[in-house]
Design a protein around this ligand. Structure first.
Ligand SMILES: [Zn+2]
Length: 408
């Protein structure tokens, strides 16, 4: 299936698109997808795969593009030097941080240039929260960490930079301030929900602070499901309007349902990170998410951890009329289950209709399982001794203390 509109050949810039009221679709999550495939280690979650397994990273990017994404994010999440050596992560012993960031840019720029069937894509570098900040680092020391990554992004002429996954708006402001010195557009998103940041700043105030620091686009990513993330962005939108600030909004939620989590998001769920599978969103839930995000006026719509290519494809299929084209991946996906007309079994053929899938309430498939959990909610954040990071790994004595804390 192909779109009605002719593909464009120009490469329209990131802000040019948003300022013209166009929508941009982001890609999905890399760390979780690559961890499941054996290329990222859960715990440190660092992206040395850009150097060690570039084909694996490239493949995921290509899948997001085929699913209709306009943006390919360089896999630079947690690629700050202090994170690459935190808690006995050996990444920095094997590669330099600059090399990991450079290879990420190589892959993202190469894939984005292929385009999504509607013209060339955009590629972005990204920075996120640092162990340095959590441990109480000063503004100057944290900004110095960001500068090392930024140097690589400038050299590679990224289309824009994403400052994402910040639990504390203060650190995001420091990042934006540093990033803006490059003259490159900056999109900034916090990993917060409706309850605001970890220091108690409301979602509305967070949005105003990000915009005042100079962010060209503001919103949320990760930690919460689409519904809680939409709620957070709605609060941000109201805060910005009240402050008289006009800035495009972005959203890149989890691909997991998290209605039971607290302020810290899915990190607090007992299933994090190895038992989240029963919470994976269906593609049909992504249709609903995409429509609600668009109707709210959000124009940068994507996904974070747990968001796979088929989730992004669902977002693009839902918004095909507004965008003027279907993703290339729709070639193998008749809308709303229509491909099931070709199934051999009659009861499955009977599901080749929109109302069946739109109204489905999927079962978890596990007897004796509660639908909700009891989140951990330790409630510790920057300023707590337990969050001071170390270059050495957690030893047995420290681990025992943590385990006892958990049982208490
Ligand atoms: Zn994420």
């Amino acid at each position: 299936m192909s779109g009605a509109k002719k593909p464009r050949t120009d490469k329209k810039g990131f802000m040019e698109r948003l300022n013209a009221g166009e929508m941009v679709i982001g890609d999905g999550g890399y760390v979780f997808a690559l961890e499941k495939r054996g290329y990222v280690k859960a715990g440190p979650w660092t992206p040395e795969a850009t150097v060690e397994y570039p084909d694996a990273v490239r493949q995921i990017s290509k899948e997001f593009l085929r699913a209709g994404a306009d943006i390919i994010q360089a896999f630079t999440f947690y690629a700050s030097d202090d994170k690459l050596e935190n808690r006995a992560n050996e990444s920095l012993n094997k590669h330099t941080g600059a090399m990991i960031n450079q290879r990420a840019c190589d892959i993202a720029s190469e894939v984005a240039a292929i385009g999504n069937g509607n013209g060339p894509g955009l590629f972005a570098g990204g920075v996120c929260q640092t162990p340095g900040y959590l441990s109480g680092g000063t503004k100057e020391s944290v900004q110095a960490i960001f500068r090392k990554q930024i140097e690589v992004f400038v050299k590679n002429k990224v289309d824009f930079i994403i400052a994402e996954y910040f639990e504390h708006v203060e650190e995001a402001e420091w990042a934006v301030e540093e990033l803006k010195k490059t003259g490159i557009p900056v999109a900034c998103s916090l990993c917060i929900g409706p309850e605001g940041d970890m220091h108690g700043v409301s979602a509305a105030d967070c949005a105003v602070k990000m915009a005042k620091a100079g962010a060209d686009v503001v919103g949320v990513n990760c930690h919460f499901d689409p519904w809680m993330s939409l709620e957070a962005v709605a609060l941000m939108k109201a805060g910005l309007e009240k402050a008289g600030i006009k800035v495009p909004l972005m959203i890149q939620p989890l691909g997991f349902a998290t209605p039971d989590c607290g302020k810290q998001g899915f990190i607090d769920l007992p299933e994090f990170p190895f038992g989240l599978e029963p919470r994976i969103l269906t593609r049909w839930e992504c249709h609903r998410y995409a429509r609600e995000a668009y109707d709210m006026g959000i124009r940068y719509i994507g996904g974070c951890c747990g968001f796979e290519a088929y989730h992004i494809r669902a977002v693009c299929e839902e918004l095909n009329k507004e965008r003027g084209f279907f993703p290339e991946g729709t070639e193998k996906h008749a809308l709303w289950g229509d491909g099931l007309r070709q199934h051999t079994k009659p009861w499955v053929r009977a599901r080749a209709r929109r109302d069946y899938w739109e109204n489905l309430k999927p079962s978890s498939g596990r007897p004796d399982c509660a639908s909700m959990s009891k989140p951990d909610a330790w409630g510790v954040t920057r300023g707590d001794a337990n969050l001071v990071q170390h270059v050495s790994a957690t030893d047995d004595a420290e681990l025992k203390k943590l385990y006892q804390h958990e049982k208490a």
